[in-house]
Design a protein around this ligand. Structure first.
Ligand SMILES: C[C@H](O)[C@H](O)[C@H]1CNC2=NC(N)=NC(=O)C2=N1
Length: 100
């Protein structure tokens, strides 16, 4: 395992840095629904996130319907949330910001 699971305190700190991500009841996953003006914006966002995910070697579970992208983050190798999920969530917030 590359990264340890976040402690409840670390998780709370990480969540405070993020914009509107939701913690699952079991605290093992983060999720967010991103909405864009159209499919082009949504797919541009996904492309930017995919390149970042490859760099980080950490990949989202996601689905897209037209202008909406539903994202769930967890670290499969660790069986829960790690610093990689917070990093990826932060990058996804930044990638969404200029697109609205
Ligand atoms: C071999 C490879 O580095 C691993 O399988 C990586 C790839 N991307 C990953 N993404 C996510 N979300 N969780 C992982 O544990 C993970 N592991």
């Amino acid at each position: 395992m590359r990264d340890p699971l976040l402690s409840p305190e670390e998780l709370a700190e990480g969540l405070a840095e993020l914009d509107d991500w939701h913690l699952s009841e079991d605290s093992l996953k983060l999720s967010k629904r991103f909405r864009f003006s159209d499919f082009r914006q949504a797919f541009g966002f996904m492309t930017e996130c995919a390149l970042y995910a490859e760099k980080l070697d950490h990949h989202p579970e996601w689905s897209n319907v037209y202008s909406r992208v539903d994202v769930t983050l967890t670290t499969h190798d660790a069986g829960g949330l790690t610093v990689r999920d917070i990093k990826l969530a932060r990058a996804m917030d930044a990638a969404a910001a200029p697109r609205g």
